[in-house]
Design a protein around this ligand. Structure first.
Ligand SMILES: [Zn+2]
Length: 360
């Protein structure tokens, strides 16, 4: 009899948590029972959703879970503030599910991700919109917390994305998702810059994955703009790959750089802001200009998709854009980007916004 091999792990290991099953396509909700069987899920399950998504999709998910032999219960949430999270965690402690299904948009998926992580149970992501890469990432954001950006929680055990469901959501969500993916061009540039100038860890594989997603969405912009199922699948796969890139990197670095800091800053400057991916897309035009790279191509792709490329189209004042660009670096002083390097004053920010045609 041979003895089992003992593997001694180095203390400085790199931890990656990846989704085990990803199903993307038309009518994939019907595959839920087989996923449950393959993952050997048993006992109580909780479907976390909002009122609208529960009526449209969540109820159906519950029925399919029952069919798969699980005991489903549901919980409806409206928003994702610190108080909401406390309530969801309390409900999880009482209901004691063995798995959480997040059925909804970004807010719901984030609620499922954070609450399940804190209770040490897996969660499955069933997105009803494609507005940002949080549908597959291990990170989540909480409204009203001292950190306006996302924090590490856990990766979904599985992602079941049904394009038939997602195509029912307003087109603007798709545009926002595209903006979030295209913004990886500058996110990766910032990551490289931090590596070269500050010696920060840089993962070539995670960076390539994020970049490839941005390239694929750019190359397929016409297909996506045509509102075809195939285009939606390209976007979904790109968003999921971005989530996986963050899982591999162990942080949001490959997917969130100066353009995301601009987006978060705009949230603070103007509360009636646009969608996350729309703001990051515009941010990417600005910071691509600062990096001296091809900002015109980013702008042209966003225009092709019908995404906002000006302050007016974002629904904010010209000066809000300038202010946001100026204060963006302060959102995360520790996350070195081109904005930290250049430390631009108000006038320089205004010049950049004019040069890229974001403001008149
Ligand atoms: Zn994002």
């Amino acid at each position: 009899m041979s003895l089992p091999t003992v593997v001694h792990l180095s203390l400085s290991y790199h931890y990656m948590q990846l989704p085990r099953e990803v199903i993307v396509g038309k009518g994939t909700l019907e595959r839920i029972p087989e996923v449950v069987t393959r993952l050997e899920l048993r006992g109580k399950a909780l479907v976390l959703s909002d009122e609208q998504c529960y009526g449209l999709v969540g109820k159906r998910v519950s029925g399919l879970l029952e069919k798969a032999g699980l005991i489903p219960d549901f919980l409806l949430v409206k928003s994702m503030t610190v108080d909401d999270l406390i309530l969801v965690e309390k409900a999880l402690k009482e209901k004691k599910p063995r798995v959480v299904f997040g059925v909804g948009g970004g807010t719901i998926i984030d609620a499922a991700k954070l609450s399940s992580a804190s209770q040490n149970i897996p969660f499955i992501s069933i997105p009803t919109t494609v507005s940002h890469d949080g549908i597959a990432s291990p990170l989540a954001s909480i409204k009203g917390s001292e950190k306006p950006y996302s924090v590490l929680a856990q990766a979904p055990l599985s992602i079941i994305a049904d394009t038939e469901v997602i195509s029912q959501a307003p087109w603007r969500f798709v545009i926002s998702g595209c903006g979030d993916v295209i913004s990886k061009f500058t996110a990766v540039r910032d990551w490289r810059l931090a590596h070269l100038e500050k010696g920060e860890y840089y993962g070539g594989y995670a960076a390539s994955l994020a970049l490839m997603s941005a390239k694929l969405v750019t190359e397929n912009a016409d297909l996506i703009a045509n509102k075809q199922d195939e285009g939606l699948r390209v976007l979904l796969e790109a968003l999921i790959s971005c989530g996986v890139a963050m899982s591999i990197a162990g942080s949001s670095r490959p997917c969130s750089g100066s353009e995301h800091l601009f987006g978060h800053a705009l949230d603070l400057v103007n509360h009636h802001h646009a969608m996350h991916g729309e703001q990051c897309g515009v941010g990417s035009i600005l910071t691509s200009f600062l990096h001296g790279s091809n900002w015109q191509k980013i702008k042209a792709t966003l225009q092709k998709l019908g995404a906002p490329t000006t302050a007016h189209e974002l629904g904010v004042k010209d000066m809000d854009v300038v202010k946001a660009l100026q204060v963006a670096a302060q959102i995360r002083p520790e996350r070195y980007t081109i904005l930290h390097k250049l430390n631009l004053g108000f006038d320089a920010c205004e010049t950049v916004a004019r040069a890229t045609g974001i403001i008149d």
